[in-house]
Design a binder for this molecule. Sequence first.
Ligand SMILES: [Zn+2]
Length: 303
Amino acid sequence: MIKVIKLKRVAAVCIAAVLTISCAAAVSSERARTVSGEYIKWVDFTPTTSALRQALEIDIKSHDSDTPVGWIELLAYAACKNGGKFAGGKDKYITQLYERIQNAEDIEVITSDMKYYSYFYEAYSAVLSGYVGYNEDGEYGVLVRSPFAAGYYYSHFDDFGVARSYGYKRKHLGHDMMGSVGTPIMAVEGGRIEALGWNQYGGWRVGIRSDDGRRYYYYAHLRKDKPFAEGLREGDTVKAGQLIGYLGMTGYSSKENVNNINTPHLHFGIQLIFDESQKDGVNQIWIDCYQIINFLEKYRAKV
Ligand SMILES: [Zn+2]
């Protein structure tokens, strides 16, 4: 109980620190960071799947128009208006900003007096900046893919933050997708393989860092005996939608290659890194991926 209260207090302090930083960010968060040496300490990623889809649709349809607006700007504006609560129709602010921009208002003027805009913009950029862009055929659209290959079934629910007890009492800092052993697991976003091998908690696991360095994708409990895609090594570069491994039930064991998980599933996690000191240790930021996984459902890669 004491631990819980302590954690809450830490989170509150973090949020307060974050807000102080964003208040100071008069022009851009990038400049604020350079001036004060500060960086974001905590992110609650709350946009719903429908908010993500709405913002994306506007981003894509406005891209080649006279009034282009990015989905991260739309989401950051909406978050300022709704306090980060997108459910219950509160995603209407996404279309509101688009209408204002279509009416020749300037985004910088609109957001200049919005206290937390630069915070939300930087926080959401850290999550989403690799998601949309030009593909190899020069088409503008979604670049990321679901971790589950096309045609493979999974079930899931929002289990971020629920209690886990193996090893020590802690919170679940990821998202579990229940499926069949052997299901091909694909890279959500491209990047560099930073970790590949056995971990006492995650079992056979792969960790991939995005090219901009701000996201670390964690895929765990991969298959016993043949966990990884053929020839995959630490340091390799992978593309979004590339096969990286197979779903399994390894982990919760200090001994390698042991199935000690009751239900076969992929543990999928997204860690945000604004400063390298946040990569390991007590200052890690992991986000709730449930809405993101639902968003990615439409974008499944074929094996
Ligand atoms: Zn998990």
